[in-house]
Design a protein around this ligand. Structure first.
Ligand code: C5P
Length: 330
């Protein structure tokens, strides 16, 4: 039996995220930390395009392409193969070729790899015609791929609990304007940052309480009051990220001196997110940071952004460019 596979090309647009609040609790028996976080999707997007192929492969373009693996470890490829395994008994599915236009900084605390996994799930479900895969099942598969993947299916602003994979939308009106600083070659490994957080806590003999969502931040988001949001941004991993990449302290200082309402390390870093009041202030701050801050990519973004969304179906694919790397065996 074959599925209702499409012969063309399906594209999905998927945002990066920052964390407005990240409260890290004790380490659990499975090695993860219990979290309470407020995810906020921002308008920096990867595009994940899939089409049927003879073999599984992944190809990456865009400014961060050289930092993304194209072997079997690529999370979008892992996601597509995991979804294929959930097909009904007896159904045959073709392998896919995945193309990623990578605009979200890599290893930056913006969940770019998780975004590509979410995009691959949504695009492949459509391409393979897997109508039996309801959103609940897609979320369950997403949670198995990584703690941030379920949120990127939803987007918007949401509370993440458990290890981050349990997502509850937050009522938030209006927009927030952000300037993001992503240092070149500074990428941080998420496990290393959590380990550094544990090390600093042990060294300082700090008691680790169960993680708590911030009521003040929830109120500020409901009113979408940027001043109050700025006041209640918080990240328990920031000290660890700054300890591993001391230049982040300078980035934060320069951004605040240039008039940002607040600055915060995004997730496990090292991307730094500055909150400003208006688009004009975002332009001023990005120009100022480029001139006066440590070297890095500077991106302007608005949040909340929508989660993984299908944006294009094409009946046929253009021939692959000769510059693209070869397929991954599999
Ligand atoms: O779930 P994900 O693959 O994104 O997590 C990457 C790593 O980050 C984990 O292996 C773990 O070391 C750390 N982590 C954690 N607690 C969490 C989420 C991630 O310790 N809640």
């Amino acid at each position: 039996m074959r599925s209702a596979e499409m012969s063309g090309v399906v594209s999905c647009r998927v945002p990066g995220k920052i964390n407005l609040d990240l409260s890290v609790g004790p380490v659990r028996e499975d090695g993860y930390h219990e979290l309470s976080t407020v995810f906020h999707a921002v308008s920096v997007y990867d595009r994940v395009t899939v089409q049927l192929a003879d073999r599984w492969s992944v190809h990456v373009s865009g400014p961060y392409a050289d930092r993304v693996p194209t072997d079997d470890t690529n999370l979008a490829l892992v996601a597509a193969r995991t979804l294929a395994r959930r097909r009904p008994r007896g159904l045959r599915l073709s392998p896919v070729r995945i193309d990623i236009d990578k605009q979200i900084p890599v290893a930056g605390g913006m969940a770019g790899g998780s975004a590509d996994a979410a995009g691959a799930l949504v695009a492949c479900r459509e391409l393979w015609g897997l109508d039996h895969v309801e959103n609940d099942l897609l979320e369950e598969i997403a949670a198995g791929l990584g703690s941030d993947v379920p949120f990127l299916l939803h987007g918007g602003t949401a509370i993440g609990s458990g290890r981050g994979e349990q997502v509850t939308p937050v009522l938030a009106r209006g927009e927030l304007h952000w300037v993001l600083w992503a240092g070149e070659g500074l990428g941080l490994s998420t496990p290393a940052v959590y380990a550094e957080c544990d090390r600093l806590r042990a060294e300082q003999g700090r008691r680790v309480d169960p993680p708590q969502p911030s009521g003040e931040l929830m109120t500020a988001l409901r009113r979408m009051d940027p001043e109050a949001v700025a006041e209640h941004l918080h990240n328990d991993l920031q000290e660890a990220a700054v300890s591993l990449r001391p230049i982040l302290a300078e980035v934060l200082e320069v951004g605040l001196d240039l008039g940002a309402r607040a600055g915060i390390v995004s997730g496990s870093g090292p991307t730094v997110a500055f909150l400003v009041g208006t688009q004009a202030q975002a332009i001023d701050l990005s120009v100022g940071l480029a001139a006066n801050g440590p070297k890095g990519d500077i991106l302007r973004a608005v949040g909340p952004a929508a989660g993984a969304a299908l944006v294009q179906w094409r009946a046929s694919a253009p021939p692959p460019g000769p510059q693209l790397p070869g397929p991954v065996p599999g």
